[in-house]
Design a protein around this ligand. Structure first.
Ligand code: NIG
Ligand code: FE
Length: 421
């Protein structure tokens, strides 16, 4: 059954106008990404290359789970079902390329202590590891599904999910297996921290994480990740684990430069990682290396909010031509938010991104960080993953911070959350 959504005040497509099925007669509302604005027949390629684009007075048609038409409402074709957006904004569903949702327990007291002046350290991860190991499969699955539903209701239609709070072969294997039940974007993060029982033998833990643990997890995962940071894993350890992951068929991504300058970004780019995540403390060489690479810089402003660290310098990255994604990093320690609108508001207010850049980074940027070209945009042929805001433009996501504005969520063409029309 086909669905027409019409009378859309602003339709964020992330596809310059020529790829609309009406030949681009919809009015393109301009850019915020990096490239020039002329419409060409290379539109879909250019969307993947990174440019915010939106139409006004627009409509879209979805059929069998895909976007089949976008353009000016006046030229919209008929469909089986018709939704009147009454001037609201429609955007691609958010693509959250960084989340840690398989865990038990909570660290509210740790957060409160931070707000009272204590610093964030990697060591807090170990308390979640203890709780996760002690939890039943059923309770881990229930918590995971609750958080996934929370994300969906706020417009995240694609998310990545990491292991990393098990840190035994069995606990990591069950973490990735559970994650695989809720998303195809599963990341093996056995190298999150060295668990207490290996404290005196970190090399032995690297052997485990790049050997039997990886072997048990690889069948359920697409990605391999390492927390390359002081207090976690150094450059050589990270290289060894990423290389082993690649040999097992996993694609690399790296937690890099979160707590201080260090080798994370260089290790990520050298490994051909899809993304270097955090990027809070970067040298000029790190920025140059990212700009010359295909590695996305994934910024996680909720972490800086929740740890009171300084924010990453998004402008420095964007001005250097680095591809930037925004993700939630939803986890019980450094940032317990599942709200992409909140992260967008922080990116705009505190990282000085334009509203267009922030929305592109939370949609197409996240897709790029996951090497996905079927989501993060609403070009013809894209998955019909989209959200309608109870607001007339994408800018309201930052303009009205903290206000629930995601009115409806469609995933694969089906209404999955929010108001039915
Ligand atoms: O992305 N940096 C490492 N891992 C998580 C934090 C995990 C935790 O504190 O439990 C992060 O911030
Ligand atoms: Fe993380």
């Amino acid at each position: 059954m086909s669905t027409l959504i019409t009378n859309i005040g602003e339709l964020v497509t992330n596809v310059p106008e020529a790829s609309s099925a009406d030949g681009g007669r919809g009015r393109d509302k301009g850019s915020g990404g990096g490239e020039d604005g002329s419409a060409t027949s290379r539109a879909d390629t250019r969307a993947a290359a990174g440019r915010f684009a939106a139409l006004t007075s627009a409509a879209l048609v979805m059929d069998r789970g895909l976007i089949v038409w976008t353009g000016e409402a006046a030229h919209a074709p008929a469909a089986d079902e018709r939704v009147d957006a009454e001037g609201r904004a429609v955007l691609p569903g958010f693509v959250d390329s960084h989340a840690h949702l398989v865990f038990a327990g909570e660290r509210g007291a740790e957060f409160a202590a931070r707000m009272a002046g204590l610093p964030y350290t990697a060591g807090g991860i170990r308390s979640t590891v203890a709780a996760t190991r002690a939890a039943s499969d059923a309770s881990l699955a229930a918590n995971l599904r609750k958080l996934a539903a929370e994300m969906l209701s706020q417009g995240i239609t694609t998310f990545e999910c990491k292991s990393g709070y098990g840190l035994t072969v069995a606990d990591e294997a069950r973490s990735v297996a559970l994650a695989a039940q809720v998303t195809p974007e599963v990341t093996y993060l056995g190298a999150h921290v060295v668990p207490p029982e290996y404290e005196s033998d970190p090399g032995g833990y690297v052997d485990l994480a790049s050997g039997p643990m990886l072997a048990a997890c690889a069948p359920h995962a697409r990605w391999v990740d390492v927390f390359c940071e002081r207090g976690a894993f150094d450059a050589d350890q990270a290289r060894a684990i990423l290389a082993a992951g690649r040999a097992a068929g996993l694609e690399p991504r790296v937690h890099a430069n979160q707590l201080g300058e260090g080798p994370g970004v260089q290790v990520a780019v050298e490994a051909g990682a899809a993304s270097a995540d955090h990027c809070t403390f970067l040298s000029d060489a790190d920025v140059d290396t990212l700009a010359a690479s295909g590695t996305v810089a994934t910024l996680l402003p909720g972490v800086e909010f929740s740890t009171r660290q300084r924010y990453p310098d998004a402008r420095r990255l964007l001005d250097a031509g680095v591809r930037v994604a925004i993700a939630t990093d939803c986890n019980p320690g450094s940032c317990f938010t599942s709200s992409m609108p909140f992260c967008i508001a922080l990116a705009v207010r505190d990282m000085h991104m334009t509203t267009q850049e922030a929305v592109w980074s939370a949609t197409a940027g996240g897709a790029r960080a996951l090497r996905r070209d079927d989501v993060g945009h609403l070009g013809t042929g894209a998955r019909a993953d989209l959200i309608m805001l109870d607001a007339p433009s994408h800018a309201y996501l930052a303009y009205r911070p903290g206000v629930p504005q995601v009115a409806s969520v469609w995933q694969g063409g089906s209404l999955v959350a929010g108001r039915a029309w």
